[in-house]
Design a protein around this ligand. Structure first.
Ligand SMILES: NC(=O)c1ccc[n+]([C@@H]2O[C@H](COP(=O)([O-])OP(=O)(O)OC[C@H]3O[C@@H](n4cnc5c(N)ncnc54)[C@H](O)[C@@H]3O)[C@@H](O)[C@H]2O)c1
Ligand SMILES: [Zn+2]
Length: 383
């Protein structure tokens, strides 16, 4: 099903205060609903996209224990028969074995091509559940219900699905757009503050890509400043609705223009070549968003030293990263980072596609000989 809110839902109005974001990609048009209290309305919202009798909820054990019953009850209220696949939480589970078990559960439950998957959880659940939906019977459908901030602003939108192989992260996967994405920012309350703060690495990246309006909406008065040490109940959830929706629009604009990452979508890799290298060289000891933040800061400092990024732009980005309590540097040795960057699967021949910030809201993908990229990283780490 595709089209605008009206053509999809007719007279049913968007839930109170929810933002509706249209994502018209070439392979499928769908909508993201971003608001508060939507977790108890997943059933009625998802039902128009689930013409069959059954639905499989895929979730990790943490998220299932927190929200599983509410989502299952809501889906059941629409007459759907519920099947469940719950796996232990963590990136280590995003593998072929868990993926295979998920497919077997779908087959055992007798799901048909008219049925579908609701992926309820963080990016691991979303990537795995959507990949299962993409491959079961050569493709059913998936409704994404992201529950981590990273999944809300990044992984649930855009249609990249994957599992990890022994040889590397996300090596097996497919492009498969969801039929609907339901984002309820209220569920961020149960995240640990450190996980929420980590995801601001990606949020700040989106601000840089988008321009001064979103960048300063994020940078001025950091939203995480209100958090206590224990939980995220103190978040300004109304502000989060507009921040998350604005982030989704940034990602939407890029994936709609370049669904399969042949050009513009590479801009989403801003900070990631260095960030991934820090992540891998540290043995995944730091969160992804923290590594992206450090990668972004190093990249901008190096690019400023080479005359590619204006110094005030680099200063604004660094200040924002610091204000969110994220790192702008790393203890990982420069040689280890360059070694990892050299083997990055996104490298093209002997060049690296470096995403360079010209000013807030303007970046260029610059093919750089590896020697020049190394110089940039060395300069960025030395400053
Ligand atoms: N498909 C894409 O475009 C894309 C983009 C970026 C990242 N990713 C993938 O996303 C994954 C990382 O996502 P992630 O950081 O969400 O990891 P995750 O799914 O492992 O979630 C992190 C932790 O938070 C818990 N959690 C999630 N929501 C919660 C909530 N509301 N309350 C309490 N606990 C909650 C989970 O149980 C887990 O322990 C990686 O595998 C990465 O490759 C995919
Ligand atoms: Zn990322």
């Amino acid at each position: 099903m595709s089209g605008t809110w009206e053509s999809t839902f007719g007279d049913v109005r968007p839930p109170d205060g929810a933002e509706v974001i249209d994502v018209p990609t070439a392979s499928r048009s769908y909508q993201v609903l971003c608001g508060r209290g939507l977790i108890d309305r997943v059933g009625p919202l998802a039902r128009p996209f689930l013409p069959g009798e059954k639905v499989l909820i895929v979730s990790d054990a943490n998220v299932w224990n927190l929200y599983g019953d509410r989502v299952a009850d809501s889906l059941r209220s629409t007459g759907l028969e519920i099947c469940i696949f719950v796996f232990p939480a963590g990136e280590a589970q995003k593998n072929l074995r868990t993926f295979g078990t998920c497919l077997e559960v779908m087959a055992d439950a007798g799901l048909t091509r008219d049925d579908g998957v609701v992926a309820l959880g963080g990016g691991v659940t979303g990537d795995l559940g959507a990949f299962a939906a993409a491959t079961y019977m050569r493709g059913t459908r998936v409704i994404q219900v992201p529950t981590s901030l990273l999944a809300m602003v990044d992984s649930s939108v855009g249609g990249k699905t994957a599992v990890d192989l022994a040889g590397g992260k996300n090596l097996a996967g497919a492009f498969f757009q969801p039929s609907l994405v339901v984002v309820d920012v209220d569920v961020l309350a149960s995240l640990t503050p450190s996980l929420l703060i980590d995801s601001f690495g990606e949020v700040i990246k989106h601000g840089v890509l988008s321009g001064p309006d979103l960048f300063y909406a994020i940078a001025n008065d950091p939203v995480t400043a209100s958090l206590g040490p224990d939980g995220c109940e103190g978040l300004d959830f109304d502000r989060m609705v507009s921040l998350v929706a604005a982030n989704i629009r940034v990602k939407r604009d890029v994936v709609v223009a370049d669904e399969r990452e042949s050009g513009l979508r590479q801009t989403l890799n801003l900070g990631h070549t260095i960030g991934h290298a820090i992540e891998a060289a540290s043995g995944y000891g730091f969160g992804h968003g923290s590594c992206v933040a450090a990668g972004l800061a190093i990249l901008c400092r190096g690019a400023t030293a080479l005359g590619l990024t204006p110094a005030p732009v680099t200063r604004a980005i660094q200040t924002c990263i610091v204000d969110y309590g994220l790192p702008t540097a790393t203890d990982v040795p420069v040689e280890a980072i360059l070694e990892r960057a050299r083997s990055d699967k996104k490298r093209h021949g002997d060049t690296v596609n470096a995403v360079i910030v010209r000013y807030l809201g303007s970046v260029d993908v610059v093919p750089m000989p590896f020697g020049e990229f190394s110089e940039l990283v060395r300069l960025g780490m030395a400053l």
